[in-house]
Design a binder for this molecule. Structure first.
Ligand code: C2O
Ligand code: CU
Length: 460
């Protein structure tokens, strides 16, 4: 069983797929997550967990053939991407068992780290928990001109953070809503991972792919690192940090300077005080479901980094400037909306926006094409939630619990709202109008989303 795992395993780096046509097949897999065990999981393209990393070039038109080899329906949502609602892969674009869905769209987003995952209504948690998901790397001319690490798997490393519980037969104990805080940390599906990184600036692309747990990240020697990108691409300038919170659905890219480390040295990427969700008095250490986990309230290692010799052409300097983002301010907004997250229902159906559970046949908001809007998400006093909206990237302009932190000053599509707090973002709904195909907004804690904490909007 997993409790006997002690030896480090090599971090699995998801294979890259490039080009204009991509083939993904979601299926069951029974492979070893650690020596001597066979765990039943879901993965794309036969991955034992998770799936390949898709590389998109901004401006290209891509087609993705998604084959569903499960015996249940699925969908694939391109999280963070700006594209027509009919290609978005939300609950309406169901792919029946055995069927193939082939959306095509033009890549409009900035260079950055995005992801794809199943989104079938009421089965999202299960399919993500079983391992289905993958990263998307978008490249663009602005990012390409910068001296940044971009040798994938060498000095540019994807890190997908999650955790699972295992039973004595080495299987995930997925028991619906009650299993959301794993006892074993997995990075890219690897237990107790280690990776060799060259003694130079390295780039880590980190996704929180958890069901509910948030992370506070840092390094075991408290070294500084530099945030270079948020959910929707580069920030204006690298932001020096020694800790950062990364909540469900959010991505960051950071640069870490290993140039002063001797080959042979080690440093660990850590999760500090994984008490989750922040501001909720749950996440009890060691207690059984729903909110307990043997990782809660601990500082634990996510990844052992073994420093190796530098590469032939190392990145040795931090670029002082990365890009020039133009954000809207609250004054640009021509429409304001307030969404209230309320707790009122039975267990597993506890939360809804404005007391309306998600209904696939109800449009909750209608937005005018091209409108700049300010949305305030007000959270009740019972729990923290990770709000995510499809179609757009936004700028967080206000938080009720204090100033918007430096590391949230970039483009975002997901944001955490502690219990009893609210946050306001401004965005513009451009390009894709439809009278029939809706976009989603929801809590990215997949158990909450499945329970009805989701709504939909049309852009007309
Ligand atoms: Cu990452 Cu609506 O999802
Ligand atoms: Cu939630």
């Amino acid at each position: 069983a997993a409790t006997s795992v002690r030896a480090f395993q090599d971090l699995w780096i998801p294979p890259l797929i490039t080009g204009k046509t991509f083939d993904l097949a979601l299926g069951k897999s029974s492979k070893s997550l650690w020596p001597g065990a066979t765990t039943h999981t879901y993965g794309y393209n036969d991955a034992r967990f998770w799936g390949p990393t898709l590389v998109f070039e901004q401006g290209e038109t891509v087609r993705i053939n998604v084959k569903n080899n499960l015996d249940e329906p699925t969908t694939v949502h391109w999280h963070g991407l700006h594209l027509p609602a009919a290609t978005d892969g939300g609950p309406h674009q169901l792919i029946a068992a055995g069927a193939t869905w082939s959306p095509s769209f033009t890549v409009r987003n900035n260079a950055g780290t995005y992801w794809y995952h199943p989104h079938p209504h009421e089965s999202t948690q299960k399919q993500i928990a079983m391992g289905a998901g993958g990263l998307i790397i978008i490249r663009d001319p602005i990012e390409a001109k910068l001296a940044l690490p971009r040798a994938y798997g060498v000095d540019d490393i994807p890190l997908v953070l999650t955790s699972r519980r295992f039973n004595l037969a080495d299987q995930f104990t997925f028991a619906g809503d009650n299993d959301k805080y794993g006892d074993f940390s997995l990075v890219n599906g690897t237990l107790d991972p280690k990776v060799s990184l060259p003694a130079q600036f390295v780039r880590l692309r980190i996704l929180n792919a958890e069901i509910e747990r948030g992370y506070q990240l840092g390094f075991s020697d408290n070294r500084k690192f530099y945030l270079i990108a948020t959910d929707g691409g580069l920030v204006d300038k690298p932001v020096p940090l020694s800790r950062i919170k990364l909540m469900v659905g959010e991505r960051i890219e950071i640069l870490v300077d290993l140039s002063g480390d001797k080959p042979g040295a080690t440093v660990d990427l850590m999760a500090y005080n994984a008490r989750q969700p922040f501001g909720f008095p749950g996440g009890e250490p060691g207690r059984s479901p729903p909110n307990g986990s043997y990782l809660n309230n601990l500082d634990f290692r996510l990844l052992r980094v073994n420093v190796a010799a530098p590469t032939a052409a190392p990145i040795t300097k931090l670029p002082p400037e990365l890009t020039r983002n133009k954000f809207w301010s609250e004054a640009d907004a021509t429409e304001r909306r307030t969404l209230n997250i309320l707790r009122f229902g039975p267990p597993n159906r506890e939360f809804a926006f404005d007391r309306k559970y998600y209904d696939m046949h109800t449009v909750n908001h209608v937005v005018k094409l091209g409108a700049v809007e300010a949305w305030t998400i007000v959270n009740d006093r019972t729990f923290g939630h990770s709000f995510h909206i499809h179609d757009v990237q936004f700028k967080i302009v206000a938080r009720s619990d204090g100033p918007v932190p430096d590391y949230e000053q970039g483009w975002k599509d997901s944001l955490y709202i502690p219990r009893g707090q609210s946050a306001t973002f401004v965005t513009r709904f451009d390009d894709f109008a439809s009278d029939t195909d809706a976009f989603m907004y929801h809590c990215h804690m997949a158990n909450h989303e499945d329970g009805g904490l989701m709504g939909q909007f049309l852009v007309v």
